[in-house]
Design a binder for this molecule. Structure first.
Ligand code: AHM
Ligand code: MG
Length: 295
């Protein structure tokens, strides 16, 4: 039987450059999962995107930024819950993007939520292709941490022994079996609706849970496509380029898949602003190529 590897052992051996960061993320995940049952309800404030914040959105944001400030590894952070880039440590090595609690509208019903990180050495804002790594945490049913670097995509499960390696070098199964799409179908662009009808005709199954981390995680394991598309009344969709779309586009690429905003890879987009939204389509390469042709 192969020896069980802890996250710390694995990342130190295989992705040394960002080992300290990933270990810190795992510690952060453990604490957040313990606190979520108690950090509930509305906060009566709005974030820079005009969305009502929950107590959990604000607490996770403050907690994660504080932890990275203490760790001294991080120079700056751009969080979805903060309008501006936050300076942490002048001598820090990394610049991090953060969605502290993705899918937080699922908190009320106790459905999936997660945390998303993009990792850069370049100063922010910059193109997603400049990431040197990206990661997400999914808080259940078993808490998991998935991180990607240029080497591979790897998954860890939280157990009595802490985070342990569950799957290394994850690749998207071909040709995929699922699709999950945000926004109301009546608001999708006609060409996109036709594309999805084509997938349905081929037997692709709808799996949509309303959290990017959860819905993306399914695509990573079964193959298929996730999108928060351009909508008739919201041409840029909903997802944020820096905090959400870029890290997930990096992970899908390392798993053998692709991303697009409808015209080209999300990772190539030169950011116009730090709070920019972008139509987001991620999944198996063939599916994304076909979609680009249609759009
Ligand atoms: P959040 O980070 O504020 O939770 O917003 C992003 C989430 C995604 O996880 C999900 O794909 C999308 O919003 C769902 O939005 P809606 O419920 O508005 O359709
Ligand atoms: Mg989010």
């Amino acid at each position: 039987m192969e020896k069980t590897l802890t996250l710390k052992e694995y990342v130190k051996k295989n992705d040394k450059e960002i080992a300290g960061l990933i270990v810190k993320m795992a510690d952060i995940a453990e604490r957040i999962s313990q606190e979520l049952p108690y950090r509930r309800g509305k906060a009566d404030t709005k974030n820079v995107f005009g969305e009502t914040q929950l107590v959990a959105d604000k607490w996770t944001d403050k907690f994660i930024i504080g932890e990275f400030r203490k760790s001294r590894l991080v120079k700056t952070m751009k969080s979805e819950e903060q309008g501006e880039i936050v300076k942490l440590n002048d001598n820090g090595i990394f610049n991090i993007t953060l969605d502290p609690l993705d899918g937080s509208s699922n908190m009320k019903s106790n459905n999936l939520v997660g945390t998303i990180f993009g990792i850069y050495k370049k100063d922010l804002p910059t193109q997603g292709k400049n990431q040197i790594g990206a990661a997400y945490i999914l808080y259940g049913p078993v808490m998991s941490l998935v991180y990607a670097t240029k080497n591979s995509v790897n998954k860890f499960f939280y157990t009595k022994k802490g985070f342990i390696l569950k799957q290394k070098n994850i690749k998207l199964p071909e040709p995929g079996i699922l699709y999950g799409i945000g926004g109301l179908r009546k608001d999708w662009l006609p060409k996109f609706r036709k594309y999805i009808e084509g997938l349905e005709a081929k037997g692709y199954k709808l799996r949509y849970g309303g959290s990017f981390v959860g819905d993306f995680n399914q695509v990573l394991h079964y193959g298929g496509i996730f999108a928060y598309p351009a909508l008739i009344n919201k041409p840029n969709g909903k997802l944020r380029l820096s905090a959400e779309s870029n890290p997930m586009s990096y992970i899908i690429k390392q798993a053998g898949g692709a991303s697009t905003n409808g015209a080209g890879s999300i990772l190539d987009i030169e950011p116009e602003s730090i709070n920019q939204r972008i139509p987001t389509y991620v999944g198996n390469k063939g599916l994304i190529k076909n979609l680009e042709k249609i759009l």
